[in-house]
Design a protein around this ligand. Structure first.
Ligand SMILES: *[C@@H]1O[C@H](CO)[C@@H](O)[C@H](O)[C@H]1NC(C)=O
Ligand SMILES: *[C@@H]1O[C@H](CO)[C@@H](O)[C@H](O)[C@H]1NC(C)=O
Ligand SMILES: *[C@@H]1O[C@H](CO)[C@@H](O)[C@H](O)[C@H]1NC(C)=O
Length: 465
């Protein structure tokens, strides 16, 4: 008779770091670099080449890749506008523009100097996952360009920052122009000269922008109030955006601007469960050729949730102005829409264009299910940005089987245990101690990483660690 005792010996955990969670909304089905073995580039040169080559890759960003200085410094004239550049009476400095023309009736040329690398972005080829590790993944001084017909790209848990923030046209974060199937998730954007995210006039295709932090705090603001003006600008030929679970704070404009007067453009956007907070300018600025479904967002201390021009530009908008409009959605979408929430914010404008709902009826499979606006502030702040996802780690357990009698053999086997990932597609997760269930509860039912939804009574379940 043989007796075996199993003695598991835990070896140090390896961070495997494929993308966490599943892309949802318009990026549903995006796989990026798929099952390619994750690898970390050693320096900025290798990062640049891995992003652009033809190999499907899972590129780990496990440190700061700082491009500043890598292409030198450029000095030249910049245009300083009397108002947006000089900022008389403003609470922060303004931005001057790197440009070839300057209207000297309202400004003047001054000398400037900027980091050359920031003005051009790195090309990203198809079939790539770009994944930050923990909270250490930072790309500084240079953005990404998804152009020329690339597709199937995941960018997750990476902080893009420090791209000539003092100058308009100093550089963009991510350019989406001539691409399709893109998932930008749990990233952070801050301190850039121009747009955090921008489309060109070529199609951006199917894009989900989820759980990101757009941090507009800056010392150089075109609105002279310490808030970043150029957050998101979308004007592509044929663009489908899911904008969900993002935290957009200290913004002053284009947060986002959607649409263009260029007639070739058509843009659909489902914006839900985002938090706009502490903004000294506008959130939505909607132009023509757009179909906008805006529901279950929260605006807190947001000066102007939607621009007056959005009413006259000709865009198609359904923004659930009150609870009496929620039921309008059911015959199109098979569910009610969800009202937006406001606290210490400017007024919302009523838009009930049902052509938006007809459009989204045909795109129903791409629509996420929004949680109530009242749950958004806490869940977004707990979940948006870098270092918030629980990445897959592979723990190799060496199970040694020891024989208890001299006559038996000893064998060794290896068991691989995969930790489960906890970030689901739906951005609305409840924070620790928040409500996650109960009769009548319509808020998030998924708890933030590290906590579990625990039954209290029929009317109340709570996220507990
Ligand atoms: C990043 O990952 C690579 C490959 O696993 C490793 O060699 C390197 O030491 C890591 N860098 C940091 C800063 O952790
Ligand atoms: C703006 O500044 C320029 C150059 O200093 C000056 O000539 C112009 O009169 C100013 N315009 C306004 C509108 O203040
Ligand atoms: C991306 O991967 C898919 C699936 O493996 C493949 O069919 C496609 O050709 C790849 N795209 C490019 C541009 O390599």
């Amino acid at each position: 008779m043989k007796f075996y005792s199993l003695i598991p010996i835990l070896l140090p955990a390896l961070a495997e770091c494929q993308a966490v969670g599943k892309p949802f909304g318009f990026a549903t089905g995006v796989t990026g670099g798929g099952s390619a073995t994750p690898a970390a580039p050693s320096d900025i040169t290798q990062l640049k080449s891995w992003l652009a080559d033809a190999t499907p890759r899972v590129i780990l960003i496990n440190k700061t890749f700082d491009f500043r200085g890598s292409e030198g410094t450029t000095t030249g004239q910049v245009c300083q506008d009397n108002v947006t550049g000089l900022c008389p009476g403003g609470s922060s400095a303004g931005q001057s523009s790197i440009t070839t023309t300057c209207d000297t009736t309202r400004g003047k040329w001054i000398s400037g100097s900027w980091d050359t690398a920031g003005r051009t972005q790195m090309k990203v080829a198809s079939n790539k996952s770009i994944i930050g590790v923990g909270s250490s993944g930072i790309i500084m001084g240079k953005g990404l360009a998804l152009t020329g017909g690339v597709s199937n790209i995941i960018i997750q848990n990476v902080w893009f920052t420090n791209i000539n923030p003092q100058y308009v046209w100093g550089g963009d974060g991510i350019l989406l122009s001539g691409c399709d199937k893109v998932w930008i998730d749990h990233c952070k954007f801050s301190l850039m000269g121009r747009q955090f995210l921008v489309s060109g006039f070529d199609a951006a295709g199917h894009v989900t922008i989820s759980n990101n932090e757009f941090d507009g705090v800056t010392s150089w603001s075109s609105s002279c109030n310490g808030d970043h003006y150029w957050v998101m600008l979308f004007a592509g030929a044929l663009d489908y955006y899911t904008l969900a679970g993002n935290w957009i704070h200290h913004f002053s404009g284009r947060s986002p601007h959607i649409g263009t007067t260029v007639d070739v453009s058509t843009i659909w956007m489902h914006a839900y469960n985002n938090l706009w907070e502490n903004g000294g300018g506008h959130s939505f600025d909607i132009d023509k050729n757009t179909y906008m479904l805006i529901e279950a967002n929260q605006f807190t201390s947001a000066l102007q949730p939607i621009t007056p021009a959005s009413s006259t530009n000709g865009g198609h908008i359904f923004d659930v102005p009150s609870s009496s409009n929620t039921g309008t959605c059911s015959s199109y979408l098979g569910r009610n829409c969800v009202v937006n929430g406001f606290s210490s914010s400017g007024s919302w404008t009523s838009f009930t264009d049902t052509s938006v709902l007809s459009q989204f009826q045909g795109l129903k499979s791409y629509l996420g299910t929004p949680a109530a606006a009242s749950s958004v502030s806490a869940s977004v702040k707990a979940n948006a940005g870098i270092g918030k996802i629980s990445q897959t780690s592979v723990t190799t357990t060496k199970t040694t089987t020891k024989a208890t009698t001299a006559a038996t053999t000893t064998s060794t086997s290896k068991t691989t245990t995969k930790a489960t990932t906890t970030t689901a597609g739906n951005p609305a997760t409840q924070t620790l101690y928040g409500q996650c269930g109960g009769i009548g509860w319509t808020g998030p039912t998924v708890c933030a990483s590290g906590s579990t939804c625990t039954f209290g009574n029929d009317y109340y379940s709570q996220c507990l660690a």
